[in-house]
Design a protein. Structure first.
Length: 391
């Protein structure tokens, strides 16, 4: 055999080995990212299905004056993209139980509000599809109630401008997830192109605001127009929900730009229109401020509640927020803040939870529901399971 013949023969023998290593590496990579043979990751976020019984048109519920709703936030988890969110799953179990328990009472639960940070990285389609969508779908399908989410910074990034390019992917994923649930883009209760919307049920008007872009003029003017156009004879209760509550004593005690926008722009607007409560998240704990103020119609109260125990790592009390400038700017309205519920200093002592708001005419009350063991989670005192939001 010639030398050339030997060389060609050895090349033919080596060929299978040369291709075997890349093939094995690719197979390992596919297994590692959880993609089975013939399977491709979804390109879009699946839409949460609408409940069989959605809220009626606003005009059809005008006579309703007694009902309840659930609020919570910050469900993101360390397993996002690889498994369903474990704490969120347990909370939804408890929500479904509460909804069914209260279904035949005077205060049935009619909808659920979520104040944002659904997942850790809202730009990642797999995090929504694997870890969030199916859990929430139990509320709309098994419990048959509408679900309203407003985006948090983890969902659409911390960009404060509506046109920031890094918002686009997360915002699209949010819209895909909520396509069946929030008012359509051409609705008078939806700011076109924004995740900002409102709805009325019974004697209560709910408005969801994207606090990530609180400096945005278009959003602010739309919210102002919605509040100015309300029939307050019917809508005696107005409730805002957003991700960045105006005040907190947790890890975000020092106000961020988004929070400052809420304080400086939206809080005076809320006072003008006698908003009853502002529900927020962002700091992973439970706490409650009460703002009192005076105008030409008398003394008023606004409850500022943080409920962000949806599954993200819990935070603890870090100190009181600096409110000096805020109080000075509200001096003409005699603005006063009372911090009536504070989180525990040790994060682990706070609880994963949701809240139930009861509406009884123009009277609101709150119940905090924590995961077991919850015996020592009585934020308003051991004898106050349900706390009235009034003086």
């Amino acid at each position: 055999m010639s030398t050339n013949t030997k060389i060609n023969s050895e090349k033919r023998k080596a060929a299978p080995s040369r291709w075997l290593i890349p093939i094995v590496l690719v197979a390992c990579l596919l297994i590692g990212v959880g993609i089975s043979r013939g399977q491709q990751p979804a390109a879009t976020v699946g839409a949460i299905p609408a409940p069989a019984t959605p809220l009626p048109a606003e005009e059809l519920s005008a006579g309703v004056t007694r009902f309840s709703f659930i609020a919570y936030g910050d469900t993101r988890s360390s397993v996002d993209g690889t498994a369903p969110q474990p704490i969120h799953t347990q909370l939804v179990d408890a929500m479904v139980t509460s909804i069914k328990r209260m279904q035949t009472t005077d205060f049935p639960i009619r909808f659920v509000l979520q104040s944002g940070d659904a997942v850790t990285n809202g730009r990642n389609v797999n995090q929504w599809n694997t870890s969030f969508i199916d859990i929430v779908s139990r509320l709309t399908q098994e419990a048959n109630v509408p679900y309203y989410l407003i985006p948090g910074n983890h969902d659409v990034t911390t960009a404060t401008s509506v046109g920031a390019p890094n918002r686009n992917t997360g915002l699209k994923n949010y819209f895909d997830a909520m396509a069946n649930l929030i008012p359509p883009d051409d609705s008078p209760r939806r700011l076109s192109g924004y995740p900002t919307y409102a709805f009325g049920y019974g004697n209560t008007f709910i408005i969801g605001i994207d606090s990530n872009i609180s400096p945005d003029e278009t959003q602010f003017n739309w919210v102002k127009t919605q509040l100015e156009g309300l029939n307050r004879t019917r809508f005696v209760n107005v409730i805002a929900f957003l991700h960045h509550g105006p005040f907190t004593s947790g890890n975000h005690r020092v106000a961020e730009l988004a929070t400052l926008g809420v304080r400086l722009r939206y809080m005076p607007l809320f006072r003008t229109h006698h908003v009853a409560a502002v529900l927020g998240g962002h700091d992973h704990e439970f706490e409650h401020f009460v703002e009192h103020y005076t105008d030409r119609t008398g003394l008023h109260r606004m409850d500022l509640i943080i409920s962000a125990g949806g599954g993200a790592p819990l935070y603890g009390y870090t100190g009181e927020p600096d409110t000096a400038d805020y109080l000075a700017s509200g001096a003409s309205a005699r603005v006063r803040l009372d911090h009536i519920v504070k989180p525990f200093p040790v994060a682990a002592d706070n609880k994963y939870h949701f809240i139930i708001i009861r509406v009884d005419g123009n009277k609101l009350s709150i119940e905090a529901v924590a995961l077991d063991p919850a015996a020592n989670f009585n934020p308003y005192g051991p004898d106050k399971v349900v706390f009235d939001l009034r003086d």
